[in-house]
Design a protein around this ligand. Structure first.
Ligand code: MG
Length: 280
């Protein structure tokens, strides 16, 4: 049981976790999201999406208190953005070498037109344009064999980069991870909170992290409570990582997000806002 006096912070992946894999909707998570807002719990988006995409998403709904984009490469809180790299030049040079070494055609978000990104992702052309604004990571557009993936990983490693598998794409990025970015965001949240209270004491947070893909593992490992969201359309889910407090959500996407966050808040706060109780 977590101490109840500590503040809570929630870090969440988007695609396939808070957002439905096919429709990008978070509607099913609304009850838990409302509760998170009511409890003033900081909610941080941690995504392979670009800052341009995350800011646009947040502009309409103001869902998130902080944004971590490009798999941990950019961190934005209160309009102040920190870049962790790697440089665009390094990403482009590594990708060019991968393209020459593999046996399948290879494009990427940094090199193809927004029209191609739209076709690959189902995003609108405007959304695809925002998705293309990448600074330190690049999702590859290809149909690789296992050997191509191994070759690409080897080359990425030579450049001190990673090739991480998200829900849809292999993304060339790093060495910053979602886990390192989460740590940095916690430091920044603590400073923000101590400025607010003025007592100088650093706020410590009980952290909840939710994710569905291997690129979420470093973030889940950093969290006090890790929630693995099952992959949609898959019958069985086995744990992605060893964690002393790992929960596997009962459903995929925002349905699972809603159930898992509500269950955790029931456990570690005294605020059962179950609408059936309130309205029953
Ligand atoms: Mg995901």
């Amino acid at each position: 049981m977590m101490p109840q006096s500590r503040a809570i912070a929630i870090f969440t992946d988007l695609d396939g976790t808070l957002l439905d894999h096919d429709t990008y909707s978070w509607e099913a998570a609304r009850p838990a999201l409302d509760r998170v807002k009511l409890l003033s719990i900081p909610l941080i988006a941690v995504s392979s999406k670009t800052l341009a995409e995350l800011e646009y998403l947040n502009q309409a709904v103001h869902l998130f208190d902080g944004l971590i984009g490009e798999n941990g490469g950019v961190i934005s809180l209160n309009g102040v953005t920190e870049h962790y790299g790697p440089s665009e030049e390094k990403i482009d040079a590594a990708r060019t070498q991968i393209k020459e070494a593999v046996h399948v055609p290879l494009g990427s978000f940094r090199t193809v037109s927004p029209e191609v990104i739209a076709a690959e992702t189902g995003l609108s052309l405007e959304d695809a344009t925002r998705a293309a604004q990448r600074h330190c990571s690049d999702p590859l557009i290809w149909q690789p064999t296992a050997k191509d993936v191994a070759t690409a990983r080897e080359i990425a490693a030579k450049w001190s980069l990673n090739l991480v598998k998200g829900g849809r794409f292999h993304t060339l990025c790093g060495p910053a991870s979602k886990g390192q970015a989460m740590k940095r965001m916690l430091e920044r949240l603590a400073v923000k909170q101590s400025n607010k209270t003025g007592n100088g004491a650093a706020q410590r947070y009980t952290t909840i992290a939710l994710g569905d893909s291997p690129n979420d593992i470093p973030m889940l490992q950093e969290a006090d409570i890790a929630v693995q969201i099952p992959t949609k359309h898959r019958v069985r889910t086995s744990p992605m990582l060893d964690h002393s407090n790992l929960r596997i959500a009962p459903h995929a996407g925002p349905d699972g997000w809603n159930a898992a966050v509500n269950a955790i808040l029931d456990e570690i706060t005294n605020t059962n806002k179950n609408s059936e109780v309130l309205h029953g």
